[in-house]
Ligand binder design. Sequence first.
Ligand SMILES: *[C@@H]1O[C@H](CO)[C@@H](O)[C@H](O)[C@H]1NC(C)=O
Ligand SMILES: *[C@@H]1O[C@H](CO)[C@@H](O)[C@H](O)[C@H]1NC(C)=O
Ligand SMILES: *[C@@H]1O[C@H](CO)[C@@H](O)[C@H](O)[C@H]1NC(C)=O
Length: 352
Amino acid sequence: MNVFFIRLVVGALLLDPVMSSGSGKHSLWVLASYISGPTQFPEFTAVVMLDDIQVRYYDSQINQLTRVGGGAEKGAGLDLGQEGAFILQEIFSNLRKRLNLVKDQMNLTAAGVHVQQRITGCELLPGGQPAFIMFRDGANGQDADSLQYNTTHFAYAAAASWGFSFEAMKQTYLQALYANIYLPFCARALRHLLDREKHVVMRRVRPRVRLMTKQVVGGARLTCLATDFYPRHINLTLQRDGVPVDADRLSGGSVLPNGNGLYQVRKALTIDGEELRRKHVYTCTAAHLSLDNRLDVRWRAESLRTHRVHVLSVPAVLVVAAALLMVLLWRRGAGSEAVTMETDEQTITDPQ
Ligand SMILES: *[C@@H]1O[C@H](CO)[C@@H](O)[C@H](O)[C@H]1NC(C)=O
Ligand SMILES: *[C@@H]1O[C@H](CO)[C@@H](O)[C@H](O)[C@H]1NC(C)=O
Ligand SMILES: *[C@@H]1O[C@H](CO)[C@@H](O)[C@H](O)[C@H]1NC(C)=O
C-alpha cells in the first residue's frame, strides 16, 4: 500500500516469527493505517491477518468489516462484525488523535500527507489459551511506541524520537485494559476466525522441490528450490553423499512469500571443478507438514549434461508428477548446451 506500511509490517515479522503459522500457535493481527492529507486512500484502513493470511478488511469508507474472498460474517455467540468494527473505530480515532499530536509537536503543515500506523494483535498457545497481546505504532514511518503483555509481564516502550510517553499511572491503566478487555476479546475473535477460516489456515500444500544445476566459471552452482508450500515452516537440507553440507557453504535459506499465499525457499551451493570431478551425489531434501515422508531430489555430478532425479518415499502421484516434470524439462532443455534441469530464476514469482 505504501512504503511506511511495509516497514512496519517487516518490523512485526521480525518481532514475531509466529505470524508464520505451522507451529500450532495461532495469531491475529490488525494492520491499521490512518492517512491525513490528499491521497486516493480511505482515511483509515485496516487489514486483519489470521496467522499469515489476510481474512478481513475494514476501511472508513465502507465502515464495516468485510470478509476477504466474500461471504457474510456469521458465528455463534460472537458478532465479530459489530464488536470488531467497534474496536477498529477506536483504533481509527486513536490514530487520528495521535497524528494530530505529532503534527502539532513537529510543526508539520496540515496540508501534507502524513501517516500513523499500528500493528496490534494477540497469540494463542497451541491449546487455545491467550498468551500474548501487543501493539506497536509508527508515525510517518518512524517507530513511535509499543506495548506487550504476555499474561505475566507487561512492557511499554516509547522511541526517543517519538515525543510522547505514557506516565506510570496511564501504563497501569493500559495494562488492565489490555489484560482484561483486549486480550480476552482478541482471543475470542481469533478462535472464531480459526473456526471460520480453518480450510485456509489449516490447509497443507505440498512443496514442489527441484534441484537446478548451472555451469558457472570454475565449476557449477546447485540450487535446491522448494516452492508453493503452506504452511511456511519447512526444513530444506542439501546433502553430499548422504552427509549434510555445512551451512556456511550454502547461500539463501530465507523463506519468502510466493505472491500467491504460498511460500518458497532456496538454498544454493557452489562447487568447484575439482569437487565436480569427484562425482558426488547431491540430495536436496524437504521435510514439511504436508509430507508423510521427506521428499528427496538427487543429482550425481557426472557431467553437467546428465543427471537423474529420484523421488523417494512419497506417494505415487508425486512420482508420476516428477516424471512428467522431468520429461517436460528435458524437452525444454533438449539440444541446448545448458543443463536440462535448469529452469532459472525468472520462473519464480518475485516475493512482494
Ligand atoms: C515548532 O514551532 C514552535 C513555535 O514556532 C517552536 O518553538 C518549536 O521549536 C517548533 N518545533 C519543532 C519541532 O520544530
Ligand atoms: C513473559 O515475558 C517475560 C519477559 O520477557 C518472561 O520472562 C516470561 O517468562 C514470559 N511469560 C510467559 C508466560 O511467557
Ligand atoms: C524441522 O527440524 C526441526 C529441528 O530438527 C524439527 O523440530 C521440526 O519438526 C522439523 N520440521 C518439519 C516440518 O519436519
